[in-house]
Ligand binder design. Structure first.
Ligand SMILES: NC(=O)c1ccc[n+]([C@@H]2O[C@H](COP(=O)([O-])OP(=O)(O)OC[C@H]3O[C@@H](n4cnc5c(N)ncnc54)[C@H](OP(=O)(O)O)[C@@H]3O)[C@@H](O)[C@H]2O)c1
Length: 329
């Protein structure tokens, strides 16, 4: 199995190498790819150095799969070239997610939508993945009518530059800014660009991707996404209204049994999920499970996950594992 990791020098790409090794994905040959300025640099995989190669050389080497985390414009330009060469692309950017001809996959929910003909497969947005992993089993049981979500997102969701900005601010150093404003001691209510409807692009990703993954366009979603000075993962306060009423004990049971979910909810002992405890874990953690006292059939949840893992690298590797298991790579 030849595996190309495109964006191998970035935050997600580095995590991808770590997750491929940890999950023992059967990599016989690794092709790390990054921008022209990084060609020849070394990345480490399973304690061994590998030289970064160019896009052109990666295509010539004909890997079985190429996992892209190199930004939307790179994916738009290069994913079709890999696919034309017969290479299956799993893409972490937003480039292909809402393309009706491409599958948007969270393996716990809709891996069954994949076929051997899918050559460019989209990995959803990090904040969407963790929310739908927790909500899908509840949607099946009680039918979601409306989701109101507010996020508290880690700077690692922006990439290397943002982590550097936060560290520089903490050390009192001047440096390149990933955000328009200081992020330390701050909360920035803007993730990605503003759209004509007043929402940001990140907020609309949560609306549109949720419907596509859960295969239900009737679900109403409204989202406010906020960047905070945190490293370990994204947190989300989720208010969800169902068509049917629910029993709280059954909600807990459904979440406990849901693949990829871990219930962390013991308020008597101040136990709930936090980025510090979700960091470097693959699960989606759910706590603060309670009935919304202000509205019928409505539930409040607090959902936390490591955005670089289940929100990006782990989900992509799980897609690759599914394809390999089917013999489609
Ligand atoms: N961070 C997250 O939580 C998260 C979650 C889901 C999806 N994503 C998506 O994953 C992608 C990468 O995010 P990141 O946080 O890892 O960013 P990052 O740390 O800034 O890394 C970007 C990577 O892309 C490479 N790259 C940039 N331009 C390229 C080009 N023209 N050709 C080849 N490689 C190029 C960079 O290589 P150089 O080092 O050579 O510049 C680097 O390896 C983005 O599309 C992002 O939306 C991120």
């Amino acid at each position: 199995m030849k595996v190309a990791v495109v964006g191998a020098t970035g935050l997600v790409g580095t995590k991808m190498l770590q997750v491929l090794a940890e999950r023992q994905f059967p990599v016989d040959e690794l092709l790390p790819v990054a921008s022209a300025k990084s060609v020849g640099k070394e990345v480490i995989f399973k304690d061994k150095p590998y030289k970064v190669v160019s896009m052109e050389d990666a295509i010539k080497a004909k890997p079985n799969v190429a996992i892209f985390s190199a930004g939307g414009s790179t994916s738009l330009e290069w994913a079709p070239k890999f696919a034309e060469a017969g290479i299956t692309v799993i893409d972490n950017s937003s480039a292909w997610r809402m393309d009706p001809t491409k599958k948007l996959v969270v393996p716990e929910i809709n891996a069954d939508a994949l076929t051997p003909a899918d050559k460019i497969i989209a990995n959803p947005n990090c904040s969407t993945i963790q929310m739908v992993v927790a909500l899908n089993p509840l949607h099946k049981a009680y039918t979601i009518k409306r989701i109101v979500v507010s996020t508290y997102q880690s700077v690692t969701g922006t990439g290397v530059k943002a982590v550097t900005q936060l560290n520089n601010e903490r050390e009192g150093k001047q440096g390149e800014m990933a955000y328009k404003y200081p992020i330390d001691l701050n909360a920035i209510p803007q993730i990605d660009v503003f759209l004509d409807n007043g929402y940001t692009k990140e907020e609309m990703k949560m609306v549109n991707e949720t419907r596509k993954i859960m295969r239900d366009d009737s679900i109403r979603v409204t989202s406010t996404t906020v960047r905070i000075p945190v490293i370990g993962g994204h947190s989300e306060a989720v208010n969800v209204e169902f068509a049917k009423d629910f029993d709280l004990a059954e909600v807990r049971r459904l979440l406990t049994e849901a693949p990829g979910v871990e219930v962390t909810d013991d308020t008597a002992n101040a136990v709930y999920p936090m980025p510090l405890t979700a960091h470097e874990k693959d699960e989606v953690f759910v706590g603060r499970i309670r009935r919304d006292a202000s509205n019928p059939n409505t539930l409040n949840l607090w959902i936390v996950s490591d955005n670089l893992r289940k929100g990006a690298a782990t989900n992509a590797v799980q897609i690759a594992e599914f394809l390999a298991g089917k013999g489609w790579l």
